[in-house]
Write a protein that binds this ligand. Structure first.
Ligand code: FES
Length: 274
């Protein structure tokens, strides 16, 4: 997504010049929202110039990794636009988009980023005026929230980095990828699962994966004790220890020589020194 990354670099340049303006990246599906944005333009509806749009074939093309990577790069807001439910040109694409957006918002929340910095809207090809309203409202909202903390605070950046790493774990990708089918078609035994139960299960898995990824980010290049990790992450030490056990089983973290009686842990870097 080079276009989106370019928009963020432009934003950083503007900030150095001392004038902060929210920089928003919009991903619009080719068949509805992008056509709606086009109609907005030819109909002469006005909207703020803070948004840089990227055309994608379907809203479901946007993975959580793309969105979190842009927040990591310092985006102030991201708008996803797609066809109305039932109108997706790939039949069920936007059903999957809804599930993914829920995961992205949960990860943003876990990382301490206001989830309302990410907005999903259905805009059809005939809704030029709606596109203008959505962009105007969203820009005003992001302006009120202020610049993303990721740009100035290393701690905030580390958390978004962990959220991004968590989004690509096999467990979360598999759960969210199957969520829609489990709800509508059921599992291999044709048993459909309850939506609320499934969401609860995914929320717990999301929090676990986020915390494990944060441990790996914090212990990269620096050995840390369970107590230290717990206090930085504001997570009880017994929970941190449970995560460490899982990470050690996966060979992602190693135990360093104990200092006195306290072992410390360091992330195993592929191709690098432990
Ligand atoms: S084609 Fe528009 S959301 Fe899928």
């Amino acid at each position: 997504m080079a276009e989106a990354q370019h928009a963020i670099s432009e934003a950083k340049h503007d900030e150095k010049a001392g004038s902060w303006e929210p920089k928003i990246v919009g991903f619009l599906c080719n068949w509805c929202s992008y056509a709606g944005a086009d109609l907005c333009g030819v109909s002469r509806y006005q909207y703020p110039t803070n948004i840089r749009t990227v055309r994608v074939m379907c809203s479901t093309r946007i993975s959580p990794h793309i969105v979190l990577d842009l927040f990591k790069a310092g985006a102030d807001g991201i708008l996803l636009g797609g066809c109305h439910i039932g109108d997706c040109h790939y039949i069920s694409g936007n059903f999957y988009t809804e599930k993914r957006v829920r995961l992205m918002k949960k990860l943003l929340e876990d990382a301490g980023v206001d989830p309302s910095r990410l907005r999903l809207e259905w805009v059809s090809a005939s809704e030029g005026e709606k596109f203008s309203k959505v962009v105007t409202e969203f820009t005003d909202h992001v302006r009120k929230l202020g610049p993303s903390a990721v740009k100035k605070q290393e701690a905030a950046k580390a958390k978004v980095m962990a959220a991004d790493d968590a989004s690509v774990t096999f467990r979360l990708r598999a759960l969210v990828g199957k969520e829609y089918n489990l709800e509508t078609k059921g599992n291999v035994y044709k048993n459909t699962l309850d939506k609320a139960e499934l969401e609860k299960l995914i929320d717990v898995a999301t929090m676990d994966e986020f915390e494990r990824s944060l441990i790996l980010v914090l212990a990269k290049g620096k050995s840390r004790s369970v107590k230290e990790l717990g206090s930085i992450m504001e997570v009880p030490t017994d929970k941190v220890l449970r995560h460490i056990v899982v990470l050690r089983q996966k060979n992602l973290i190693s135990m360093e020589h104990p200092e006195g009686f306290t072992p410390t842990y360091r992330t195993i870097e592929i191709g690098g020194e432990q």
